[in-house]
Design a protein around this ligand. Structure first.
Ligand SMILES: Cc1cc2nc3c(=O)[nH]c(=O)nc-3n(C[C@H](O)[C@H](O)[C@H](O)COP(=O)(O)OP(=O)(O)OC[C@H]3O[C@@H](n4cnc5c(N)ncnc54)[C@H](O)[C@@H]3O)c2cc1C
Length: 462
């Protein structure tokens, strides 16, 4: 290993590597303090060629590599345990923005927020929004196939990519950058890198799809009595094809936000068991108000909805979105939290809650399920907060005991144990146990073909 590290230091320009523990430290701990890591060296290349040089040296010396973007991943795939850490954070350029093709080509270390801003400045929309958008990067969102709040209308990241540029495990550069909507010349190689979590190569740039900016976004926050009511409202709310966001929050998570953050207030005068947050993308504010008042009015008439706030201006709209954006951070106030990111078919959401909530109490009596998220996609962030007053570490020791029944129920309902965060380290063994042998064989065949020496993020996924 030492010879390889020395070669990296002499071959890369000054400033493209460091072994300073103070500079490396923020890259070794993740957002929730769940994983802590170590690395012999942090590389911060500025160009695709520098990434290529680094990977060629690692390949020659069989040094394992971990790519890192914004370090906001939630499954441990971004925390090194001895791998050479390659951070893309210095590769942030917008290489091209083509409004006619509705395409933007941007380097992998650019934050998602910078892509949203660049698209907006060109009077376009890039429809991927996550609470971590200020930190997470293009390389990270592509590598995890991130989801977020607008999958309902625009799909996951996989649907938003024309092509990628990636450095392969031997250091060669695959250039799939294109804005072509039609290219039937063989396997879709670009897609191999989407959701691959850095196991097949390092994404260095991508051409992303842009969309027309909607004339107006109508937002509403709605008080409801149950998860089943949320599911029942999906059909009437999406009639007309304008619904772009359908997010659900239980009271316990909602209160953890509105009761603890000084700059966030509860717009309702009464408490509700559940809250539904919706966006409709429309042409004018008049059209938005009309849609929201009509569908919500009908739901109030038939007693499905208890109360609603229909945003009348951008400030109100931003304020109510802020509650949803703080759902993850808010749960820190509930103590230890065991997290699941699962999908089930949308009509099975109520049954999932019924079965999973009961199963959780059988494992840790008094634990508090906080199931929130993208119900319009069947995606529930099914977090379990510790019982009130319990010891945090003792509760977190139940991670596996609580997760296995959740995954069993997900499997029984035809769902997925990872909706949008990926496999990483956290779910690697679960994937191996629960996926079909044929799927595992295909995954491993692809991995071996593209990375025969197993140097690309070797502890992750397969
Ligand atoms: C508060 C909060 C809210 C979140 N909300 C959502 C959400 O709504 N939806 C969602 O999908 N996710 C969400 N996430 C998870 C996370 O933000 C996403 O997974 C994001 O895509 C990770 O991007 P990143 O740049 O931080 O990647 P990192 O965390 O740095 O890396 C994630 C994985 O991608 C690999 N990787 C990173 N860059 C590259 C590259 N250039 N080439 C190859 N592999 C690479 C890493 O090796 C690792 O395996 C949330 C996280 C937080 C902290």
């Amino acid at each position: 290993m030492t010879a390889g590290i020395e070669k990296l230091k002499t071959s890369l320009p000054a400033g493209a590597w460091t072994q300073d523990p103070d500079l490396i430290d923020p890259h070794l701990r993740e957002w929730r303090d769940k994983y802590f890591g170590k690395t012999p060296i942090l590389l911060t290349p500025r160009t695709t060629d520098e990434v290529s040089i680094a990977v060629k040296i690692c390949a020659a010396h069989k040094l394992p590599i971990m790519p890192q973007g914004g370090n906001t991943g939630l499954v441990g795939g971004n925390t090194p345990q001895g791998e050479v850490l390659i951070s893309l954070k210095k590769m942030t350029a917008v290489r091209d923005l083509n409004p006619t093709a509705n395409a933007i080509t941007v380097e992998a270390g650019a934050t998602l927020q910078s892509v949203l801003d660049a698209a907006d400045a060109a009077d376009r929309k890039f429809p991927l929004t996550l609470s971590s958008q200020g930190s997470c990067t293009v390389g990270g969102v592509l590598s995890t196939n991130a989801g977020g709040n607008h999958v309902l209308k625009y799909g996951t990241t996989k649907e938003l990519v024309f092509g990628v540029e990636a450095v392969l495990a031997d250091g060669s550069i695959f250039n799939g950058l294109t804005s072509l909507r039609k290219d039937n010349t063989g396997y879709d190689l670009n897609r191999l890198f989407l959701g691959a979590e850095g196991t097949l190569g390092i994404i260095t740039a991508a051409t992303l799809k842009l969309f027309p900016k909607p004339g107006y976004i109508q937002r509403a926050l709605i008080g409801i009595d149950s998860a089943a009511t949320a599911v029942a409202l999906l059909e009437p709310f999406r009639a007309g094809g304008k619904l772009a966001m359908f997010e659900v929050m239980p009271s316990i998570g909602y209160r953890a936000v509105v009761d603890n953050f000084d700059n966030i207030r509860d717009p309702f005068s009464e408490h509700h068991p559940w809250y539904l947050l919706c966006d409709w993308e429309v042409e004018t504010d008049e059209e938005g108000l009309n849609i929201a008042e009509t569908v919500i009015g009908k739901a109030i008439e038939n007693n499905t909805v208890k109360d609603a706030i229909i945003a009348l201006n951008q400030t109100q709209a931003a304020d109510i979105l802020s509650i949803r954006e703080h759902m993850s951070a808010g749960q820190k106030f509930l103590g230890g939290s065991i997290k699941h990111d699962i999908t089930v078919p949308i009509d099975k959401i109520p049954e999932f809650f019924e079965r999973a909530n009961a199963a959780m109490q059988n494992v840790v009596a008094g634990c508090r399920p906080v199931g929130f998220g993208h119900f319009g996609d069947g995606n529930i962030h099914y977090n379990i907060a510790q019982p009130e007053g319990a010891d945090r570490e003792a509760f977190l020791a139940n991670w596996d005991a609580l997760s296995q029944p959740v995954f069993d129920i997900v499997d029984a309902l035809g769902g997925s144990i990872s909706a949008e965060h990926g496999i990483g380290i956290m779910k690697r063994d679960d994937l191996a146990q629960r996926a079909s042998p044929v799927k595992m064989k295909l995954l491993r065949t692809l991995k071996n073909a593209l990375d025969p020496d197993g140097i690309m993020n070797p502890r992750v996924m397969v």
